[in-house]
Design a protein around this ligand. Sequence first.
Ligand SMILES: [Zn+2]
Ligand SMILES: [Zn+2]
Length: 330
Amino acid sequence: MHHDQATAETTFSYLLSFLWWPLLYFGALIGAGFAFASNAPIMWFNAVYAALLGAIVLLERATPHRAEWLEHDGEMLNDIGHTLLTKGAAQLAVAATSIVPMAVATATRTDEHVSQLWPTHWPLIAQVVLALAIAEFGLYWSHRIAHENLFFWRFHALHHSVVRLWVVNTGRFHAVDSLIKMALSQAPLYLLDAPLQVFLWVGAVTAITGLLTHCNVETRTALFDPVFATPKLHRWHHSKTLKEGNSNYCENIMIWDHVFGTYLNPGKASPDRLGISGKVAPDFIGQIVQPFSRKGARQILGQRVESGDEDGKSANETASAPAVGRISEA
Ligand SMILES: [Zn+2]
Ligand SMILES: [Zn+2]
């Protein structure tokens, strides 16, 4: 009797695991659609984002992908701190960078200004897909370089230093890492004169996808993996084994990983070990300043400096050689 009940429960949660990702992802996107059609788009989008966050927090407890990832690792406050700092820095950067284009626009723009480059006559959804593919190109290369070049890895390693994935480490990025990524992904859209609505949608999709890629909810996404950045693909990106971790760089849609041959989707649901071979400072301020000192950078890089990467013949081998020289010169 009890056995049957347990089996029925297991079958039920197995079936639900196919539902969670599309339900949360497309549900949040539909919510964003309503938000952007309302009179207070930003406020309502924040409400959608908060609802998604709340749903994930509950599901992580109810149906975790890995029960051991629910245990505290002492990094929660640091994760939240980096999220807030990165968001603040991003706001400042947007404010600073928009002054120049706005001044230029005011000086040169006539009333009948219409974008010559951006296909504003396309349906909005097609414009958003185009913008996502263009932004993804910048996201892909800034992310790939952050992994393959040890100079940039010292900033990105903070994101990878966690040994468990859950929704709270979504925003755990060094502010320098975030700014490089933002500049490279958004500049092409500015230059192509994409409309504000398109920027809002790219931001919304990135925010929603980010929460889901880091969630510790049991999800089965075989149908979606080839196209979307799913939790499964991102867990492999967080593997401690470099050959596995140096993959799946795309943030929203997997297009450039397929094009440049870095798409990884093994049969197993997630790697055994997450994290990095180096060491990241335990405290918040330490984590921010660590990449700027010679000693700090060496700690972060760990084995990657001495052996030219733990797996020897990886794609990083070529990148690590000049970086070693750079560190000892510094
Ligand atoms: Zn990464
Ligand atoms: Zn991540």
